[in-house]
Ligand binder design. Structure first.
Ligand SMILES: [Fe+2]
Ligand SMILES: [Fe+2]
Length: 353
């Protein structure tokens, strides 16, 4: 009997992720509560007031290691789950109330800090204008193309792994919340992200291969203790927008901005991998996105965002808010990584093994 080789030797045991180390009082409370389970005698309850108090005290939720990690861990219950944590806690009212306070504060901070472009023109046009102005700064991709060392490339993959090992999942929450042209466009994009029926071409799977080729651990969350708050701020933004129907305009805008700023940087990343002699298997993920995202950009701007606003004109401002939030949060993260690289340092909280 011939056995077909599995997609990856580790696909089955890549999830659930291990509970990370707490980074402060609030993440410690959440992680303890998850580890202890729910409803047993003697288990300490979680008071949502502790979340809102901590959010009020935080100078910047975007950079708050403790609160971003707490949010991430709570959202993870909706994705691949957490090792040793009861799956039923996904819908635990106390955990949802606690997370709700953190989400409220995070959304309020973003709405206050992020320039909110108003949809004075048609939305696809406004998206292209937004992306153009946001693209001005020298990005991390240019650094990887020309200057990065192999260690810096590995570090970039580690930062990206929190999202990319489940690439596309947060935007899929929007599918049942859309209709007609917008839904059809989103499903077309997501079908590519999920490999178009070829499991080995799932974008998350191609990325996992890149990690293995680069000698990195491809299990989900393997570097959860290494990455800084901004990585979680970026991931939590997507989860928060994707999981609330009220914010469907914003998750659509987020995806549009994401796709519209991917193709050219991915070419630069692929060039950087080849400059370093890392080979086709290492560059595959980025090669795949050069063409795919050039197509996704058009689909996302015109059919997804344009289709949604044609159906629901009241969502125009939220579409642009989501796009602007994506560009601001991710721009801050990757800009910070580049600044640290230029200074010869690392943005990781601890060195890679
Ligand atoms: Fe992708
Ligand atoms: Fe894409």
């Amino acid at each position: 009997m011939t056995l077909t080789a599995p997609v990856s030797p580790r696909t089955a045991d890549r999830w659930p992720m291990r509970l990370p180390e707490p980074r402060g009082e609030v993440s410690a409370l959440v992680i303890d509560r998850l580890r202890d389970g729910g409803g047993r005698d003697g288990v300490r309850g979680l008071d949502p007031a502790a979340a809102s108090d901590a959010a009020r005290r935080s100078g910047s939720l975007l950079d708050d290691e403790d609160l971003q990690l707490a949010l991430f861990v709570l959202f993870e219950l909706h994705y691949g789950g957490l090792e040793g944590v009861d799956d039923r806690l996904e819908w635990d009212p106390e955990l949802l109330a606690f997370r709700g306070e953190l989400e409220r504060a995070y959304e309020a901070e973003l709405r206050e800090r992020i320039p909110q472009p108003h949809a004075t023109r048609d939305v696809p046009e406004a998206l292209f204008a937004l992306v153009e102005t946001a693209d001005d700064g020298p990005g991390l991709s240019a650094w990887v193309e020309r200057d990065a060392t192999v260690d810096q490339v590995r570090e970039v993959l580690v930062h990206r792994s929190i999202y990319t090992l489940k690439e596309a999942d947060p935007h899929s929450w929007a599918i049942p919340r859309l209709h007609g042209r917008a839904k059809s466009a989103l499903v077309e994009i997501q079908a590519d992200e999920y490999g178009g029926g070829r499991p080995e071409r799932l974008h998350a799977e191609i990325f996992a291969k890149t990690m293995r080729v680069m000698g990195l651990d491809d299990r989900y969350g393997a570097y959860a203790d290494h990455v800084p708050a901004l990585v979680y701020a970026s991931m939590n933004l997507m989860s928060m927008l994707g999981l609330q129907r009220r914010l469907r305009g914003a998750i659509v805008g987020h995806l549009a901005a994401f796709e519209m700023t991917s193709s050219i940087p991915c070419r630069a990343y692929a060039n950087g991998f080849r400059r370093l002699g890392l080979g086709d298997d290492a560059a595959d993920y980025f090669d795949e996105h050069v063409e795919a995202d050039a197509v996704h950009e058009q689909l996302a701007a015109h059919d997804l965002a344009g289709g949604l606003v044609a159906d629901e004109p009241g969502l125009a401002d939220d579409i642009l808010f989501g796009a602007s939030a994506c560009l601001t949060v991710d721009g801050r993260l990757w800009g910070e990584v580049r600044r640290v690289f230029e200074a010869g340092g690392s943005a990781l909280r601890k060195a890679l093994p």
